[in-house]
Design a protein around this ligand. Sequence first.
Ligand code: ATP
Ligand code: MG
Length: 255
Amino acid sequence: MKETTQSKLEIRNLHLHFGKKEILKGISLHVPDKAITALIGPSGCGKSTLLRSLNRLHDLNPDARLKGNILLDGKSILEKKKDVTDIRRRIGMVFQKPNPFPKTIFENVAYGLKINGLHHTERLRERVEHALRESFLWEEVHDQLDEPALELSGGQQQRLCIARAIAVEPEVLLMDEPCSALDPISTDKIEHLMLRLRERFCIVIVTHNMQQAQRVADFTAFMYLGNLIEHGTTAEIFENPQQELTKNYVSGNFG
Ligand SMILES: Nc1ncnc2c1ncn2[C@@H]1O[C@H](COP(=O)(O)OP(=O)(O)OP(=O)(O)O)[C@@H](O)[C@H]1O
Ligand SMILES: [Mg+2]
């Protein structure tokens, strides 16, 4: 396990309401750089809502109200005047269900690069290849880059979505149950990929898979009904939890 303490993201007393309902009830969490932090907790406790807040994905929901703050390298990402495109370049997101665009494999990975102003054909080609290699997908797709991404298998599509997310060189990678739709072999590939990407990025992953959290996460945060109950190294949370709720959850007594 890594011993890093420098915070890349800092969540400060974050409250989120959808209409009248309070979904996040004052979450505070330091997320270190170059490490994997897992968010765990029973269905409906607010994991995805928290993750989406980190990517400003509630911006377009008129019912969503946020209070508190989220800092990236010490600077708020919640200010209205902040450029959301820039935040999403620095903080990438991968969803539970692979969601490639209905475009070619190449265009999927090149998409964000083009949005960020890269149009030089040879440069684009290099960056696309690099991202696909990093996602352990290059060997499988290098001779079909102009074919539709939607014809790939589910596990390949998810690795493509990861390639798309990392192509723009983000600093933080958010992953919401990235393996829950995948078979064990694809899951294993994605876990290896996460462990490698951790050397360069700050990674936050939501997972229902307790074994997965223990295999990949340096730190684990346990959420329950919109509260963050306990946070520590993964070994602390699974082997020596301080709170009764955490103890019950990680021992499989509810969930
Ligand atoms: N757009 C929305 N509008 C209103 N309520 C929402 C919205 N999105 C989520 N919720 C509510 O917020 C709560 C937390 O949902 P969230 O999706 O964050 O849970 P989760 O911990 O990710 O659960 P799961 O493990 O099932 O994915 C739930 O009660 C859900 O109904
Ligand atoms: Mg969820």
